[in-house]
Design a protein around this ligand. Structure first.
Ligand code: NAP
Length: 311
């Protein structure tokens, strides 16, 4: 007979790993499934400066600490990609590329994947000048000219990070005001090698094999200028990864999973946490909080369902 886990946690981001800690400490049989690196988007964060208790810590180190914490509680991990997850049955079925797993409850913490510019040739320049992760690829552009597109915290942090490596950094944003934190905006304004290109969008990617230049159009004047560069970092946010969910899970208008305050979705025993759910704030600390609540509620749900099955 196939093993039935108490909880399957899909995604080992900060929320998923926190859920694992709470669930293991409650004595539950837990399986965490992760397709990439533990820590999820943390791996793309050069420096975390707003996670309570750590004035400054690299995203990778924080991810590693969280992982070690879960392992100290003997959490079981499978590194595989989820193909399909069935949410509308009593026992949930998780189909991965290398195997199939069963669980009484599910915590969906897939996070969100990077948004693309959707420009012609974008795909062909990936790894040939275009990157979606400054922490991962920034080193390749030491003393070179790069541009970053976006106006949120990721773009601002990555811009600052790259300005310490590259010769020249253009920060291109489609509006006058940034979405990111004031403290980051101040840091950026003080760097001499950063040039702000505001109210502008990238209208064309140009290069023969590798990206060589971009056309940038000013939305106010409608004029287009060419910027020669070696690299372009696209930091325009993320979108939820819900494509593999088989079942009519309730989503918000922009595709995020709707939950109540206990992280419950519209399916019994199915919870959603972190960046994938509809939430007013997407931070490490809020993802961790979601994970703790979901694991606690899953524990209560399992206790009730197991008790009613015994009767
Ligand atoms: P975000 O906050 O959603 O910002 C995305 C940025 O990209 C926005 O400025 C947006 O412009 C712009 N944008 C979106 N689509 C675009 C397009 N097609 N073309 C050009 N520009 C486009 O995403 P994020 O910066 O990745 O941050 C995601 C979440 O993680 C946020 O909640 C953020 O606070 C959090 N985060 C926190 C930290 C930290 O606290 N250390 C670090 C990184 C991220 P508009 O402003 O005009 O919409």
């Amino acid at each position: 007979m196939e093993k039935i886990y108490d909880i399957a946690i899909l995604g080992a981001g900060p929320g998923g790993m926190t859920a694992a800690i709470y669930a293991r400490r409650a004595g539950l049989d837990v399986l965490v499934i992760e397709k990439g690196l533990v820590g999820g988007a943390l791996n793309a964060t050069y420096e975390v400066a707003n996670y309570t208790g750590f004035e400054k810590i690299s995203g990778k180190e924080l991810a590693e600490r969280m992982y070690n914490h879960t392992k100290s509680l003997n959490t079981e991990y499978i590194f595989d990609e989820v193909k399909k997850v069935t949410v509308d049955s009593e026992i949930k079925i998780i189909e991965c590329f290398k195997g199939k797993y069963l669980a009484r409850t599910l915590i969906l913490g897939f996070g969100a994947s990077v948004r693309k510019l959707n420009l012609e040739n974008e795909r062909s320049f990936v790894g040939r000048g275009i990157s979606y992760c400054a922490t991962c690829d920034g080193k390749l552009f030491e003393d070179k000219t790069v541009a970053i597109v976006g106006g949120g915290n990721t773009a601002l942090e990555d811009c600052f990070f790259l300005s310490n490596l590259a010769k020249k950094v253009y920060l291109i944003h489609r509006r006058e005001e940034f979405r990111g934190d004031a403290i980051l905006i101040e840091q950026i304004k003080q760097k001499e090698n950063i040039e702000l290109v505001l109210n502008s969008y990238i209208s064309k990617l140009v290069g023969d094999g590798n990206l060589q230049s971009i056309d940038v159009t000013d939305k106010v004047t409608n004029k287009t200028k060419k910027i020669n560069l070696d690299g372009l970092f696209v930091c325009i946010g993320r979108g939820p990864d819900t494509g593999m969910i088989d079942g009519d899970i309730k989503l918000s208008e922009n595709g995020y999973i709707e939950t109540d305050e206990y992280m419950r979705t519209n399916f019994e025993g199915v919870y959603a946490i972190g960046d994938i759910r509809c939430t007013p704030l997407r931070q490490i600390v809020t993802a961790c909080s979601d994970g703790a609540i979901a694991a606690t509620k899953a524990f209560e749900y399992i206790k009730i369902t197991k008790a009613s099955q015994k009767k």
